[in-house]
Write a protein that binds this ligand. Structure first.
Ligand SMILES: [Cu+2]
Length: 117
């Protein structure tokens, strides 16, 4: 009996990588679609985890300790960003954990959206 069980387990394990492979192929297809240029978005902007270090509401700037920003090719670091909608800064405080979306506006890396986690 024992060897039959073993075969069943081996088959289950063998089947698993196929399922994973199918899943990751779907992911690659999606990525390929994202990269197609379109009038609406030239590059995929994804929310990035960040922590608010400093808010300068007067200047409309926020200093963020941010993770890698793929669409800007920027590694993780702490830096100040201009904020597209500076009135939104009133909803945040220093120390908040947020997710932020970054994009280049007039050639400058800018926070275009920010949500508290
Ligand atoms: Cu940076």
């Amino acid at each position: 009996m024992n060897h039959i069980k073993t075969v069943a387990i081996a088959l289950a394990v063998a089947a698993t990588p196929a399922a994973f492979a199918a899943g990751s192929m779907d992911g690659m297809d999606m990525k390929g679609m994202d990269m197609k240029p379109s009038a609406e978005s030239q590059h995929a902007t994804r929310p990035v985890a960040a922590e608010i270090k400093k808010i300068d509401a007067q200047a409309g700037k926020v200093t963020l300790k941010h993770g890698p920003i793929e669409n800007l090719g920027m590694p993780a670091m702490t830096m100040a960003f201009p904020v597209k909608d500076r009135t939104a800064l009133k909803d945040f405080k220093e120390g908040d954990a947020v997710t932020a979306v970054f994009d280049k506006i007039d050639g400058k890396a800018t926070v275009v959206d920010m949500q508290r986690k």
